[in-house]
Ligand binder design. Structure first.
Ligand code: NAP
Length: 321
């Protein structure tokens, strides 16, 4: 089978399409014939060996995929050959014609969701769900500011929060991104490059401040986020690309909390709960992943560049012929 392989850390030039051995499932494992693989910012950090990430070589990038079960190992009970599935994590990498997964890394993919959309579910939706409901304990009627709502995690958060009865304010830097955020369920949209946008967010709450902020770029925003919180407000740090200065006093009068969030810390129990909820949301139509661009598998390098470009409008995927 064909797979993207990197043999060292580096720029996109290290990503090569190569012929590798077909995969066989062991006990409790499945092999998925991949139709599409998701591309997330973390894949570029692992490829480059930055932000405390590294890879074992040869490295096949990607944690997210969607496709069809090709074979099942002994003891697998939830799937059979031919089932449509999405993968949230794999054992061998997603950017290949086949990927090997533990049974619990794979979930059923409803027929209403395309393979390209299915490839957007793992990292973005699991992250958004865990940030909202496990770290921040989001409740219906609260107001959430999704600070960076036009990308993969942000749009997932907008859809999840809207379906859960929160009031949703999203941000994006482009007109097309802002339109997309509104179309995906935000009640209001702001421009995070406008220096007054957090004042506008506070005004949208009648001056009380927002209950939650899901923060995609904490190194730029955290110091400004804190004064925009309501009493008891929480900021969940999902993305950050450097240090930032805050005034701790901004947390005190509000009883505010700054919460870190790493998807890698999700427990098996949390993941079971998250995916049961995601599959229900896909089935009832409240969750619809947004594919921005699909590249052919052989152009994985271009996909790694695209996922870091400004002006996000949903997810980047690669299609596997
Ligand atoms: P993405 O698809 O590339 O989206 C990036 C988002 O950040 C876009 O909405 C972008 O908006 C927005 N953004 C850019 N400048 C901003 C600013 N000044 N203020 C607020 N938002 C800004 O990436 P993603 O997949 O959604 O991931 C978002 C971040 O979370 C990345 O840094 C990623 O590495 C991280 N992440 C962390 C975890 C974890 O476990 N903690 C899991 C997944 C992702 P415009 O393009 O419209 O400007």
């Amino acid at each position: 089978m064909k797979a993207i392989q990197a043999h060292e850390h580096g720029d996109i030039g290290v990503l090569k399409l190569e012929e590798v051995a077909d995969l066989q499932p062991g006990e409790g494992q499945v092999v998925v014939a991949v139709k599409a693989a998701g591309v997330n910012p973390v894949d570029t950090y692992i490829r480059a060996g930055i932000n405390n990430y590294s890879a074992l070589f040869p490295h096949c990038p990607g944690k997210d995929a969607a496709g069809v079960i090709a074979s099942v190992g002994k003891g697998v009970t939830r799937f059979k050959e031919g089932d449509r599935v999405y993968c949230a994590g794999t054992l061998t990498g997603a950017s290949a014609e086949q990927t090997l997964c533990n049974e619990n890394q794979v979930q059923p993919l409803p027929h209403s969701i395309s393979f390209e959309q299915g490839a957007c579910l793992g990292v973005p939706y699991t992250t958004a769900w865990r940030a909202l409901f496990i770290r921040a304990h989001a409740k219906a009627s609260e107001t959430v500011l999704v600070h960076g709502a036009s990308g993969g995690v942000g749009l997932a958060a907008v859809q999840l929060a809207r379906a859960a009865g929160l009031r949703v304010i999203g941000t994006a830097s482009t007109d097309v991104g802002r339109d997309l955020v509104l179309a995906n369920g935000a009640h209001h949209v702001l421009d995070h490059n406008d220096p007054d946008h957090l004042q506008e967010a506070i005004a949208l709450t009648g001056g009380n401040g927002v209950n939650l902020i899901l923060e995609m770029l904490a190194n730029v925003n955290l110091g400004h986020d804190l004064p925009a919180l309501a009493k008891g407000g929480r900021v969940v740090i999902i993305g950050s690309r450097g240090p930032v200065e805050i005034n701790p006093r901004d947390t005190m009068a509000r009883d505010a909390a700054i919460l870190g969030m790493a998807l890698a810390n999700a427990t098996p129990d949390e993941l079971r709960c998250i995916h049961a909820s995601l599959v229900a949301g896909l089935e009832n139509g409240s969750l619809t992943p947004v594919v921005n661009k699909a590249f052919p598998l052989a152009q994985m390098g271009l996909a790694h560049e695209a996922v870091l470009e400004a002006g996000a409008c949903g997810n980047i995927v690669v299609s596997v012929p």
